[in-house]
Structure formats: C-alpha cells, structure tokens
Design a protein around this ligand. Structure first.
Ligand SMILES: Cc1ncc(COP(=O)(O)O)c(C=O)c1O
Ligand SMILES: N[C@@H](CCOP(=O)(O)O)C(=O)O
Length: 537
C-alpha cells in the first residue's frame, strides 16, 4: 500500500485548480401533501403520517411554523412518532430468473447470497400488492418526496422505499440522503461533438462518496443494521473493491458504527479511492492480486466468518442502484429516453438500471423502457466479447490495466443478470480503447464537465453508435456518469501533460510556464486572444 501511495503522491509537472461541482437536486414539482391515488376508487394508500388526515390536493401546504417538529426532537424521532408501522408491501429473495414453478425463496432477514443451485439471487417484490395502486399514484408519491428532509424520504433511494426494502423500519435505515443526483443537459458537448440536441448526463458521481455505489450501499448497510439489532451473526461487513464499493461501504458502516473490511487490489486504485476507507476507519487489506482475485477471496472469507458480503453479488445492493433509473424517468417528468448508456465492470449496475425501468413499466408509470448500452474498456471486455459472439460463449478474461480502473474486471459476478437485461431491452455492448476513453473524457471536460474515465468509456460508446447511425441525432440519450472526476485526477494530469506512453493525448491542455514579467505575460496573452478571436469574413 505504501508503494502505491508514494507513486500516486509523486509531484506532478503542474498543479491544476479544481473545484467540486455544486450538488444540485432535480427540479421538484410544487408539493402538495396528498399521497392519494388519482383514482379514488382504489384502496387508501400508505401515508407519511397516519395521525394526520390526508389533505386534498387543493389544500395549501401548512405554514412552516406549524409543520416544525418540537425542538428537542430530531428527524428520526419525528419519523418514529408519526409513522405507524404498516407493511402493505413485501419482498423476498428468489433464484435469479427462476423457472415460474420454482418455490425456492428466502426472507431478506436471512444471510444468503446464492440459490440452492449456486446461481444468483434476485429481490422479488410482491407486485400484486404494488399493483393495487396505479402508475399515477406511484408517480405522485415519488414526486411528492423529492427535495425534502423528511426521514428517510429525503434520500433519492428511500423516497422509493416501498419498491426497495418495504419492510425495514425507518429507524434502522442508514442514509446520507444519497441519490437525487442531477441530470445534466450536455448541450455544448452534444451539439459540438455529436450533432445531438437531447443528450443528458446522469451525474451519479455527485454523491456522498463520489460514486453510484452509495445508492446500493445505503440499502445493504441498513439491512445489516437491522440484522444486528435482531442479533444475527454479523460482526462486520466486507467487500472486494476497485475503489468505489469500498469507499461507500466504509462510509455507511462508519456512520452506523459497524466494522467494515475492504479487500483492495494493491497498486490498482486511485489515491483518492484508497484514502476514503482509510479515513472512514475501515480495516483495509491491500492484496497483491487483481480485483477478481480479491473477489474470490472475499467470497471464501464471508463463507467462513461472520462478515456480511457487500459486493453486488448480494442482490440487496441492486435494489438501491435501480432507483437511479426511476429517478431518470422522474426527472424527465416520466417521459422515457431512447437510450441509456452505462459503463460495466462487475455488471450489477446494468441489471439494476434494467430492473428500475422494467418495474416502472410493469407498474404503469411509463409504457416502455429505453434501450440500454453497456460500455466496457477494451482492456477488460468479457461482456463485449460475449455479445460479439452472438451470446454463444462466455469466457472470463484476465483484465489488463486500464485508466478506467474501477471496471478492470475480467470475471464479472453479474454476467447472467447483464445478459438478461440486455436481451430484454434490445441492448447493445460497446468497448473503448485507452486512447478513445481518455480522449472522450477530455472532450467532455472541455465543455464544462469533469468526468471520470468510466464515463469516458460510456461516451466512447456514444461516439461509436452515433457514427454508425444506430443512435440518431434527435434520440434522447442519457449517459450515466458513475463516479466523480476528482477521484481520478492523476490520469487527467498525465493526459494533459502528454505523459502517457503510446497516447497522442490530442485534446491535452497543458498549462504554460511564463516568466514573471509584464512583457512575457502580455506576449502569451495576445497570442492566445488572437487564436480565440472570432473570424469575420
Ligand atoms: C466508477 C464505476 N463505474 C462503473 C462501474 C461498473 O459497475 P458494475 O460493476 O455494476 O458493472 C464501477 C464498478 O464496477 C465503478 O466503480
Ligand atoms: N467498481 C466496483 C467493483 C465491485 O463491484 P460491486 O458492484 O460488485 O461491488 C468497486 O468500486 O469496487
């Protein structure tokens, strides 16, 4: 670990000033406090506050002083006082993609990651119960919760609690009010580089620990919190990680006072990612292997020790991650985009997106789902190769080093989930070379974004599909940005200093060294301004 630390801390040829982007919430609709279904004949839905009669849509919101909780009460206490526990909905583990005749299932309070046959599990919701409320009801309910601090609905994940972990007590939830990440109209990037007018970036990296993993980790750690209160044998929570899962796990565990253990591939993650679990008090093991080796080890260890597995092999994680898909629909006022492009590594997230979209369709919130594109680094592309073979033969690969280090994964645990998702949405898999992904990242940054290399992989897929005409200029397209660019500054520094072997770094923008005298500064500035001046004919 110390060697990676010293390498990554080595002084750069220049220093860049970076600012964190402001966290912005999606525009919420004017709120009324009704959670009623539009169809009055339907059963009366669950309300935030069962002690308060549900006002009609015309009722003005109560004045802020009336609504204020007592001064000696915090938001958890408030939720405890007003939320009468009533579970209209439920969920359980079932074998993933099981035969309809299968009766195998497990309570979410059991510690189980695999089905009897050794296959993946999935969280199955009681859709019949959820369907007692129509699409308009769910849209209104979810919209009514955006941008509030009411526990736990201020979180973009827990604002969809009934679809995530319906039976957990609000009091057991461990949340950093994650989710509600901004959906950014990439106006200049779309127009200038792709001839597109309706291109969007879902900024999942503007999150508590800087990646989409927070969405899943709030769910998993909340369930662990519940299990520990039930005296289940869970001493700590562990994961293998390429840097983002470990950051999220350690932050949520630290917040709940639960021990966390992270297995990291030595010298293969960024310094920002390495320092996150260290700062959050995790037990950090830097192991001399790659991610796939760490994943194998954590699976063996969690089978022996009372350590709960936090990787996305554990289907609870995907319940949180799927809310990003629901959020995208919500942010488009429940209109469905044509394409959603997601970078893929261990392949849980592509399935989570599919599941979120599919649930919205099945429960009547929308009438179709977008086509999904999974984008992989060419240096770690087992799904791409499988897709190109016409889904004939899957072979794990030995993942090579890539700037998109968080997806340097050769044997993805969720391969079956990803294939299911892609087949059911007419999906596509694309790949990006190192040069392509770094150039795409630099081009996006030059239009005001500050993307991570994985987003560069997704943007490369977009370039390719636009060039081949598969994605049309007017198609509404969302690129999922999975982590914050500030976690990957070293690769940006190397790119902009043209310090990467075999890469032209054609969009590099190195700083200019100038003597500290007026004449020299004037000289370089006038040349710069001349090069930028509008050309009049
Ligand atoms: C930043 C980032 N992007 C994309 C991914 C890919 O997600 P998944 O492993 O769910 O395919 C990961 C993790 O693997 C990640 O950390
Ligand atoms: N990119 C991931 C890799 C592990 O994925 P997971 O979703 O299975 O936890 C990371 O950041 O560790």
């Amino acid at each position: 670990m110390s060697s990676s630390t010293t390498t990554l801390f080595q002084s750069s040829p220049f220093s860049l000033n970076t600012k964190t982007k402001p966290y912005s919430l999606p525009k919420s609709k004017p709120t009324n406090f009704t959670l009623k279904s539009q169809s009055q004949s339907q059963p009366q839905p669950l309300t935030h506050n069962n002690n308060t009669p549900t006002p009609s849509p015309a009722t003005p919101p109560p004045s802020s002083s009336k609504h204020r909780r007592p001064a000696d009460e915090n938001i958890r206490d408030e939720a405890r006082r007003i939320n009468v526990s009533q579970h209209l909905f439920s969920a359980k583990y079932v074998p993933f993609n099981a035969d309809p005749s299968s009766t195998e299932s497990y309570s979410l309070d059991e510690i189980v990651y695999r089905s009897q046959s050794g296959g993946l599990l999935d969280v199955q919701h009681d859709l019949d119960a959820l369907k007692k409320f129509d699409g308009a009801y769910w849209r209104n309910l979810f919209d009514s919760r955006v941008g509030k601090t009411t526990w736990p609905y201020g979180s973009g994940v827990w604002s969809k609690k009934e679809w995530v972990l319906p039976e957990i007590d609000d009091d057991d939830i461990v949340s950093a009010f994650e989710g509600n990440s901004n959906l950014f109209w990439a106006e200049r990037f779309g127009k200038q580089f792709l001839g597109m007018n309706d291109l969007w970036v879902k900024n999942c990296g503007t999150s508590h620990t800087g990646s989409f993993k927070d969405l899943g980790m709030t769910v998993l750690v909340s369930q662990v919190n519940r299990l520990r209160k039930m005296n289940r044998p869970v001493v700590g929570v562990g994961c293998a990680s390429t840097g983002d899962t470990s950051a999220a796990l350690s932050a949520y565990c630290a917040s709940a006072g639960i021990p966390s253990i992270v297995f990291l591939p030595a010298n293969r993650i960024s310094i920002a990612q390495l320092v996150q679990p260290i700062a959050n008090g995790a037990f950090v093991l830097s192991i001399d292997t790659d991610f796939d080796g760490c994943m194998q080890l954590i699976r063996e260890v969690t089978a022996e020790l009372p350590i709960y597995l936090a990787n996305s092999l554990n289907s609870l994680r995907l319940e949180g991650q799927k809310t990003a898909a629901i959020e995208i629909l919500q942010q488009f006022d429940w209109q469905v985009p044509d394409w959603v492009i997601v970078p893929g590594g261990n392949l849980g997230n592509i399935y989570a997106f599919y599941k979120g979209f599919q649930m919205c369709k099945e429960l009547g919130l929308v009438d179709r789902i977008p086509r999904l594109v999974c984008a992989q680094a060419a240096n770690a592309n087992p799904l791409y190769l499988y897709f190109k073979s016409g889904w004939k033969e899957f072979k794990a690969v030995r993942a090579q080093t890539t700037f998109a280090s968080a997806i340097q994964i050769g044997d993805p645990v969720s391969i079956d989930r990803a294939v299911h998702a892609l087949k059911n949405c007419n999906g596509i898999v694309e790949e990006a070379t190192e040069e392509e992904l770094m150039d795409a990242m630099a081009q996006a940054d030059s239009t005001g974004m500050f993307t991570c290399p994985h987003t560069g992989v997704a943007l490369t897929a977009l370039f390719k599909l636009r060039n081949s005409g598969v994605i049309k200029p007017t198609d509404r397209t969302v690129v999922v940005s999975t982590a914050h660019g500030l976690k990957f500054t070293q690769s940006k520094i190397d790119y902009h200093s043209k310090n990467i072997k075999d890469l032209a770094c054609q969009f590099a923008n190195p700083p200019m060294q100038v003597k500290a005298d007026f004449g020299s500064v004037m000289d370089v500035l006038s040349k710069y301004l001349q090069s930028k001046a509008p050309k009049y004919h």
